[in-house]
Design a protein around this ligand. Structure first.
Ligand code: HEC
Ligand code: HEC
Ligand code: HEC
Ligand code: HEC
Ligand code: HEC
Ligand code: HEC
Ligand code: HEC
Ligand code: HEC
Ligand code: HEC
Ligand code: HEC
Ligand code: HEC
Ligand code: HEC
Ligand code: HEC
Length: 349
């Protein structure tokens, strides 16, 4: 008893692992000597191997030995052999080759398998700068200009951070002179066919040049080539059209000057958005006639006069028809559109 206690105490005295180690020496050492061959530790998951008595399993500590770490010598990480001194943050053992340009959280981009990074695409997406089109084709160094390609100093996502030179050297139009914003995407949209600064590359999305506004000649709207002082209000350019209208006469009808209440920019000024028709005259975008007509002319059969309308072109009357039946007992029934309208001002429903 005394002997074995003395033996234990002398063992502790020999231990280089510090007083805190609670694990039995025999979990790691055999009678063959203090040295431990790395191969013994390879694939060591705690199972006893053929010849020795290794039972220590590192994966039961707070730091699993994964990837390349599984084959690293204990002393590589536990230089002083006081195991509890080791810290698990990657940066405590690995040099930050990025010089603090991407922070200290290495596992954001790395695993213990190797230092290669395979989430470059996702990284840029997370940074709000998806690498699309020509940006995907560009080399890292075209954007990350640091002296080493392992420094990723902040650039900022704004186009102008990288394209200021182009902005300053524009001539057609001269952006600086015209006072254009340096938020390029306001006019140069990479989502579309973009990737061209000129030849239609500018998008004009703030005022789509589509439908009736698909006009080659910019000066039709930008009078005298003035790009800065144009209003988007329909009336500012179409006042004359409003005043000259006869069918219907907008001035007489006292239509609002907000053209979009009834019109889109579709060529021809069709009033397909004329929702006001329903309350003011006769429900056609709602009620029983919703979807039952194709064109205004189905009712307004006299071109050039919206005061005229016909119901009987659709609702035919003859003795065999339902219509005649429906009105057999209706006194004052006449087969005249104006009469239909006065008895059915809402078209039923
Ligand atoms: C968790 C595993 C583990 C346990 C438990 C452990 N050792 Fe070790 N010990 C090691 C490793 C690893 C080495 C370094 C081996 C090498 O370099 O080949 C080592 C080395 C040693 C050395 C040699 C030191 C040197 O400078 O070369 C001594 C002595 C030693 N251990 C004593 C002990 C004693 C005594 C105990 C029990 C009180 C003990 N060890 C428990 C893993 C362990
Ligand atoms: C790649 C680095 C690395 C290698 C290789 C490594 N360790 Fe560790 N080890 C650590 C880290 C980091 C911790 C601390 C985990 C924690 O508690 O946060 C640790 C913890 C330990 C602990 C527990 C210490 C305590 O008090 O909690 C022991 C015992 C240990 N290691 C033994 C070994 C032995 C034996 C080997 C060789 C087979 C080895 N380690 C190889 C990194 C390593
Ligand atoms: C306790 C120290 C320690 C910690 C903590 C540690 N490592 Fe290691 N790691 C090493 C040692 C030692 C090596 C082997 C020597 C070398 O290659 O630098 C190594 C090797 C590697 C390798 C292989 C390198 C190569 O060239 O093949 C990678 C990758 C790696 N570690 C990534 C990580 C990551 C990621 C973390 C954080 C999750 C981490 N390490 C945490 C010590 C550590
Ligand atoms: C935001 C992502 C990111 C973070 C975070 C990050 N790295 Fe990297 N790291 C990279 C990229 C990208 C490379 C280049 C690898 C490639 O080309 O595949 C790289 C390469 C490396 C290399 C290999 C260097 C060489 O010479 O090839 C090491 C070592 C490395 N990183 C260590 C770290 C360490 C240590 C940390 C934590 C302090 C860390 N990295 C954090 C992105 C990152
Ligand atoms: C067209 C320009 C461009 C190209 C090409 C490009 N990047 Fe980036 N990268 C950026 C921008 C913008 C950011 C956002 C962060 C910032 O403002 O710096 C970024 C961010 C990063 C980050 C840091 C991410 C983080 O979360 O900290 C890494 C790492 C990175 N890029 C690596 C690369 C690598 C590697 C390549 C080549 C394969 C590459 N980049 C190609 C523009 C680019
Ligand atoms: C981090 C730097 C960076 C940022 C930010 C950036 N670009 Fe680029 N861009 C580049 C690089 C590098 C190229 C590759 C062209 C080259 O080789 O010069 C490029 C190419 C282009 C091209 C192709 C035409 C040309 O100049 O070669 C367009 C268009 C373009 N970028 C538009 C934009 C727009 C719009 C934004 C903002 C949404 C933007 N870029 C943000 C770096 C950047
Ligand atoms: C207010 C709208 C607007 C903004 C903002 C804008 N552009 Fe333009 N840009 C245009 C228009 C319009 C064109 C002519 C398109 C065409 O010719 O089809 C153009 C053409 C260009 C051209 C080719 C014409 C030339 O003379 O070289 C380049 C390069 C260019 N822009 C770069 C930029 C850059 C870089 C930014 C941001 C820093 C930017 N633009 C911001 C509207 C804008
Ligand atoms: C149908 C009329 C119309 C046509 C055609 C038109 N624009 Fe515009 N444009 C506008 C309106 C309206 C605005 C102002 C939009 C706003 O302020 O919301 C505008 C604004 C702009 C601006 C922004 C100026 C600034 O300071 O923000 C540029 C640049 C521009 N147009 C360029 C062009 C070019 C180049 C063409 C010919 C390819 C063109 N536009 C054709 C109506 C038009
Ligand atoms: C309350 C609805 C309403 C509003 C608001 C309205 N319109 Fe109309 N507009 C119509 C209707 C209905 C027609 C006839 C549509 C048809 O023939 O299909 C019409 C037709 C036109 C026509 C072609 C008819 C003609 O006689 O030349 C022009 C031009 C026109 N509108 C311009 C305008 C302008 C410009 C504005 C705004 C300043 C405007 N409208 C606002 C309802 C409206
Ligand atoms: C900056 C001036 C400008 C503004 C603002 C503007 N337009 Fe135009 N629009 C034009 C020019 C120029 C044309 C082509 C010449 C013409 O037919 O009057 C045109 C054509 C049209 C046409 C086609 C006319 C046809 O005969 O086929 C419609 C419809 C139209 N615009 C509707 C609108 C509506 C609706 C708005 C408001 C959302 C609007 N426009 C705002 C300048 C403008
Ligand atoms: C199902 C039949 C029907 C359809 C389809 C129809 N309308 Fe009407 N509309 C009427 C009736 C009924 C009146 C009321 C006539 C009255 O009060 O004299 C009316 C009145 C109007 C008036 C007022 C005429 C005035 O000066 O008093 C306008 C303008 C008009 N419609 C435009 C349109 C336009 C534009 C369309 C196509 C978008 C259209 N209508 C489609 C039945 C129709
Ligand atoms: C383009 C053809 C067309 C024109 C023009 C038309 N209608 Fe109709 N109307 C229909 C159709 C189709 C139905 C049947 C809808 C249903 O069964 O839901 C209908 C249904 C009705 C109904 C029966 C609603 C119910 O409760 O079942 C009445 C009433 C009516 N229309 C009155 C009118 C009046 C009044 C006019 C003229 C101002 C008119 N219609 C012009 C196609 C037309
Ligand atoms: C003097 C008033 C009057 C006139 C004129 C009149 N109707 Fe009627 N209409 C009625 C009454 C009342 C009914 C039965 C209503 C009921 O049972 O809800 C009716 C029923 C109908 C129905 C069947 C409605 C249903 O609910 O099934 C239709 C369709 C219809 N009328 C269309 C017309 C058309 C088209 C005209 C013009 C040719 C017309 N009406 C003229 C009063 C009139």
């Amino acid at each position: 008893m005394i002997l074995s206690l003395g033996f234990l105490a002398s063992l502790q005295a020999q231990s280089p692992h510090g007083a805190g180690l609670k694990i039995d020496c025999a979990s790691c050492h055999t009678s063959a000597g203090w040295e431990i061959d790395v191969p013994n530790w390879q694939n060591n998951r705690g199972a006893k191997s053929r010849n020795d008595t290794l039972v220590f399993n590192h994966n039961k500590t707070d730091f699993e030995l994964t990837g390349r770490h599984a084959t690293v010598d204990c002393r590589g990480c536990h230089e002083n052999l006081v195991f509890s001194d080791a810290q698990s943050d990657c940066i405590t053992c690995h040099n930050d080759v990025h010089q603090q340009t991407v922070g200290s959280d290495c596992v954001r981009c790395h695993t213990t398998a190797h230092w290669l990074v395979d989430n470059i695409t996702a990284l840029h997406q997370e940074n709000g700068f998806p690498l699309l089109g020509q940006h995907a084709a560009a080399d890292c160094i075209d954007c990350h200009h640091a002296e080493t390609l392992l420094r990723f100093d902040r650039i900022g996502n704004d186009c102008v951070n990288c394209h200021m030179d182009q902005y300053l050297s524009t001539t057609a139009p001269d952006h600086k002179a015209a006072g254009y914003a340096t938020a390029c995407q306001q006019c140069h949209d990479l989502a579309g066919d973009g990737w061209l600064w000129s030849s239609g590359g500018a998008n004009h999305l703030f005022f789509p040049l589509t439908k009736g506004h698909q006009i080659e000649d910019c000066t039709k709207c930008h009078i005298g080539g003035n790009f800065t002082n144009v209003s988007a209000d329909c009336f500012s350019c179409h006042a004359t059209d409003y005043q000259a209208s006869t069918n219907p006469n907008h001035v007489a009808a006292n239509f609002p000057t907000d053209c979009t209440a009834c019109h889109s920019t579709d060529s021809g000024w069709a009033a397909n958005d004329f929702k006001q028709h329903d309350q003011q005259y006769f429900p056609i975008f709602s009620g029983k006639h919703e979807g039952e007509w194709d064109q205004c002319i189905d009712c307004h059969t006299v071109v050039g006069n919206f005061k005229e309308f016909s119901c009987v072109d659709c609702h035919e009357h003859n003795n065999a028809s339902d219509l005649a039946d429906e009105h057999r007992d209706v006194s004052g029934y006449q087969y005249i559109s104006k009469a239909c309208y006065s008895c059915h001002p809402n078209g039923g429903g």
